[in-house]
Design a protein around this ligand. Structure first.
Ligand code: NAP
Length: 245
């Protein structure tokens, strides 16, 4: 049985070795970051060329099922996979790590709305962790930003006053606490990515009484089968495997 595993996340890297080599897994990465952490087994890198490209690729490669373990904010590839799998009648699963509790955070639905909240609340020293693609919404902000991202945003997308911190998680509580204190942060802006790798910033912000602005997840396509853990995804693939044997 051949499974396309849409990845770019820790969950996808954890799932691949749980399936390989019994299942013929091909992991797919978007190719956004240089020198990505690679999962075991076969890997392909780069976009498929939209819905049509993905449909063609799945047919050409004789894929039997698709597991979408992309990041909860990777909404385009998730929509494409849902649409094409439905059209082709392919078993399709979304592995979405559980969201964080909002707690006392100010919840918004976009980076643009988050930027509005920063202006309205007059935050002045913001820890911005919404990733490379989210930074552009803050370009006209008067606040100072500590921007943490895996790869540098385009220079014309950066706010006037900022410091760039290029790094990749996981992050721990002590480090996040020290970082926010050192930079006298007065607000944390984050996506609701979920998972343990980057949640320490929320605990550190709570301890330091720093308000949090949280961008909520985009909705999943209607009707998709979803699980929240790697173990459940392994079980789901096992179920399909049994059906096709
Ligand atoms: P996106 O907006 O949903 O996707 C944009 C385009 O990138 C897709 O239409 C597709 O191109 C291509 N693509 C995305 N994921 C792909 C994959 N796994 N394999 C092959 N092509 C892929 O996605 P994004 O937000 O740019 O994220 C890109 C990747 O980075 C995802 O795989 C995701 O898991 C990972 N990631 C994203 C975030 C985030 O915050 N968004 C954080 C950590 C990791 P075509 O239309 O040409 O097929």
């Amino acid at each position: 049985m051949r499974v396309l595993l849409l990845g770019g996340t820790a969950e996808a890297r954890a799932l691949a070795p749980r399936l390989h080599p019994d299942v013929d897994v091909i992991s797919s990465l978007a190719g956004r970051v240089p020198d990505p952490a690679l999962p075991v087994g076969a890997v392909r890198i780069g976009g498929f060329g939209g819905v049509d490209g993905l449909r063609r690729w799945l047919r050409d490669e004789k894929v039997d099922a698709v597991v979408d373990a992309t990041h909860p904010f990777a909404a385009t590839i998730t929509a494409h996979a849902a649409q094409v799998c439905e059209e082709l009648g392919l078993p399709h699963l979304v592995l979405a790590r559980p969201a964080w509790d909002h707690g006392d955070a100010i919840v918004v639905t976009s980076d643009t709305e988050a930027a509005k909240v920063v202006a309205e609340q007059e935050y002045s020293r913001v820890f911005l962790t919404t990733g490379r693609s989210g930074v552009g919404a803050f370009v006209h902000s008067d606040a100072w930003f500590l921007i943490r991202a895996v790869t540098a945003p385009d220079s014309d997308r950066l706010p006037r006053r900022h410091q760039l911190l290029l790094s990749r998680g996981p992050y721990d509580y002590a480090g996040e606490y020290a970082l926010m204190r050192e930079h006298r942060i007065d607000a944390l802006v984050t996506k609701n990515s979920g998972g343990q790798m980057t949640r320490a910033k929320l605990d550190a912000a709570a301890a330091l009484d720093i308000p949090v602005v949280m961008v909520d997840r985009p909705p999943l396509p209607p009707g998709v089968t979803t699980v929240g853990s790697v173990a459940e995804a392994v079980e789901w693939v096992g179920g399909i495997d049994a059906e096709t044997m």
